[in-house]
Design a protein around this ligand. Structure first.
Ligand code: NDP
Length: 253
């Protein structure tokens, strides 16, 4: 593929995120607590997650290792950071969910696969091939790399620990939904989604490149509307839901 074609596709992909964002603000994507059978055939939630996310690990690795770019230490760090996140998302997170047989529409899996294929291609091809020569080992001392790495780690910590808090709400065989409390839950309804947004902004900052930035943009386009939907749902479901809590960005949204 020519570099020009790659960038034309990438600009188109980013443009699509900008179009999708207001659409997602209008519709509620039906999985998890918002699941419905009106979006066609369904499959078990856990397997939906697994099928949707596993191609990311495979495709990103394939583009990364078959690409001709020199794999310097910073380039390997970008790869490993990405893989750690997706290892958790594919092999750990879905199998810890106590979802009481909840199901997800196949249509969501198909949309998820489309997003994941595109994202794996743009980022895998960037770090596998196109970034050749741009990240010498001295990049590790660049302030963008250092501040991005701090953000990435902080985001991952917030994402995983907040997912844990939610998963623990059904400890001991409890069913249904409860009001999560403590730490960032005192400020927002979905700190797990906030953590994921911070993570990918950090990854984009660390590498200072358009493909990772497109991933951060898509993450915001997906997760800000989802967090707003969760927040609305909490307010509707619990009459004693904390008044001051926002959806995803403390004090703002
Ligand atoms: P949720 O926050 O809705 O749920 C996470 C898990 O906790 C589910 O098992 C859910 O059960 C359970 N849970 C949530 N809230 C409660 C509660 N109040 N009481 C009891 N149990 C609860 O997660 P999302 O589906 O929105 O996201 C899950 C993860 O996937 C997050 O880490 C998110 O960042 C990531 N994600 C990433 C996307 C991306 O574009 N990169 C897109 C979407 C998600 P149940 O399923 O039964 O509701």
């Amino acid at each position: 593929m020519t570099t020009e074609l790659y960038y034309n596709l990438l600009y188109g992909w980013m443009g699509l995120a900008v179009i999708i964002f207001p659409v997602l603000l209008k519709i509620t994507v039906p999985y998890g607590r918002h699941t419905t059978k009106t979006w066609g055939p369904v499959l078990p939630n856990k397997w939906g997650w697994f099928i949707m996310e596993i191609p990311v690990l495979l495709l990103f690795s394939w583009f990364f290792f078959t690409g001709s770019a020199e794999k310097t230490i910073p380039v390997f760090i970008f790869y490993i950071a990405f893989m750690i996140h997706y290892f958790n998302r594919v092999f750990i997170f879905p199998f810890r969910m106590k979802d009481n047989g909840k199901q997800m529409p196949w249509l969501i899996v198909i949309f998820g696969l489309f997003f994941n294929f595109a994202n794996s291609f743009f980022n895998g091809y960037w770090f596998g091939t196109l970034c050749d020569g741009l990240y010498p080992d001295s990049w590790l001392k660049d302030p963008r790399f250092i501040s991005g790495a701090v953000l990435f780690l902080a985001g991952m910590y917030i994402n995983i620990t907040s997912d844990n808090t939610l998963l623990n709400l059904r400890k001991g065989g409890k069913k249904g939904y409860f009001i999560p409390q403590g730490k960032l839950f005192n400020y927002v309804s979905s700190p797990n989604l906030l953590g994921e947004i911070i993570e990918w902004i950090g990854w984009a900052l660390m590498s200072w490149a358009l493909a990772p930035f497109s991933f951060a943009l898509w993450t915001m386009a997906n997760l800000i509307p989802r967090a707003i939907d969760h927040h609305r749902w909490y307010r509707k479901t619990f009459s004693d839901y904390p008044e001051n809590r926002k959806a995803v960005i403390p004090f703002i949204i």
